[in-house]
Design a protein around this ligand. Structure first.
Ligand SMILES: Cc1ncc(COP(=O)(O)O)c(C=O)c1O
Length: 403
């Protein structure tokens, strides 16, 4: 009889043992997340999923897209030209860069855009640098691609990129620096000054080591930016930038998979990357969106969640938490708040879970001393949770009773 550990590949074992997967699964198992989240009265702020019925306009666009207009409506489809044109025009409006439709490499979501981006320019053994707290999947995806993750902390006071720390982490094997702005989980939108400094560091290091270092700009939240802020893509500041985008956030429909990897018009030699992308997308397991999502894309480009309502919810939560004594940055974009936790380990998130409010502790983002609240919850959930946040911080601050 073959033992189970001889059945699965070493590749899988390596992925499963990556830090964020381990930490997240351990935490969710410990708090019995799968059952707790369904208990009546429990308020779940753990992940960026929708909590209300999808808007009729969104559903209408999907209905329309599954109504065939010709015999090849559901044929194998890679990059539908109408979809590429709509995506290029929209990204050009957002960034001011004249993206070409042919450079919009449509994928089944941000996950696929990131994996195609990594495998397009990096070889096994190359290093990929990213900042902590990270999105959970950078490490497993890098490991799966045979790349070595190199982690650098953000500045813990400002939650901004620590450009000096990134510079110090670069070696001759560095091939990719992932930049995620607006950032999950900090909500930070990186400024032109920071991106200019990062571009300078990478240009110098690329020249020193004799090959370009790429920025893989992970921007699924680039439309979820609050008033007074402006998103700037790293592509404006550094030519060797690949942009990964997902429609799952702007439309709050992450299960409907569509996104793209975009090659900016300023990227030297992008024709070679454009040509390499198609066979790569096939080879990694058909990383293309399904035909209906491609047909829907021009209409979906016109739609968005209500960002103003999200901003009001952000303000209600930030003001409420601050009044209770939490230290919390006012996020400039995204769905997330990343307050400081009154405790370094994940005991505080567990104490909230015991009281029926589910959040993720900073430990799962390899950044102890913080916790993440996801604002895709409804206003009503937020209002009901505030007294629990108040009781939990009071309890954490109360001196332990001894004797
Ligand atoms: C920072 C970041 N990048 C990429 C993704 C992947 O997006 P999608 O699931 O829409 O492909 C997510 C989703 O949570 C994310 O937060």
């Amino acid at each position: 009889m073959t033992s189970p550990d001889r059945l699965v590949s070493r590749r899988f074992a390596n992925i499963a043992s990556t830090t964020p997967f381990q930490l997240t699964w351990d935490y969710l198992r410990d708090i019995d997340y799968e059952n707790r989240r369904l208990e009546p009265g429990v308020l779940d702020f753990s992940f960026g999923d929708p909590r209300t019925m999808p808007p009729e306009t969104y559903v209408g666009a999907l209905h329309d897209a599954v109504t065939p207009r010709n015999a090849s409506w559901f044929a194998y489809t890679w990059y539908e030209p109408a979809a590429q044109e709509a995506a290029a025009a929209s990204l050009a409006r957002l960034t001011g860069l004249p993206f070409e439709p042919a450079d919009m490499l449509l994928t089944n979501g941000g996950f696929a855009a990131l994996t195609v981006g990594m495998k397009l320019v990096a070889d096994p053994g190359d290093e990929v640098v990213y900042s902590l707290p990270p999105w959970f999947c950078y490490e497993p995806m890098a490991v799966e691609a045979g790349l070595t993750p190199v982690k650098v902390s953000v500045d813990r006071d400002t939650l901004d990129l620590d450009v000096a720390a990134i510079a110090a982490s670069i070696t001759p094997r560095t091939r990719i620096v992932i930049v995620n702005s607006p950032n999950n989980p900090t909500g930070r939108v990186y400024s032109p000054e920071i991106l200019t400094r990062l571009g300078g560091v990478l240009a110098d290091a690329s020249a020193r080591h004799g090959r370009p270092i790429f920025i893989l700009s992970d921007e699924p939240y680039n439309r979820i930016v609050f008033s007074g802020e402006r998103f700037r893509t790293p592509a404006e500041f550094y030519p060797y930038t690949l942009i990964a985008y997902s429609y799952g956030k702007t439309l709050l429909a992450p299960g409907q998979r569509i996104g793209y990897l975009a090659l900016p018009p300023t990227l030297p030699g992008r024709e070679a990357l454009r040509e390499a992308a198609l066979p790569l997308q096939i080879a990694v397991g058909y990383a293309f969106p399904n035909a209906a999502m491609l047909h829907a894309l021009p209409e979906l480009e016109k739609q968005s969640i209500d960002v103003a309502a999200l901003e009001r919810r952000r303000d209600m939560m930030v003001d409420g938490l601050t009044e209770m004594g939490y230290e919390v940055h006012r996020p400039q974009g995204t769905f997330y708040l990343f307050p400081r936790s009154p405790m370094e380990d994940d005991a505080f998130a567990r104490s909230l879970a015991d009281r029926g409010v589910l959040v993720l502790p900073g430990t799962v983002f390899e950044t102890p001393g913080f916790f993440r609240i996801c604002l895709t919850a409804t206003d009503e959930m937020c209002e009901r949770a505030l007294p629990t946040f108040a009781a939990a911080i009071e309890n954490a601050k109360a001196p332990a009773i001894s004797g």
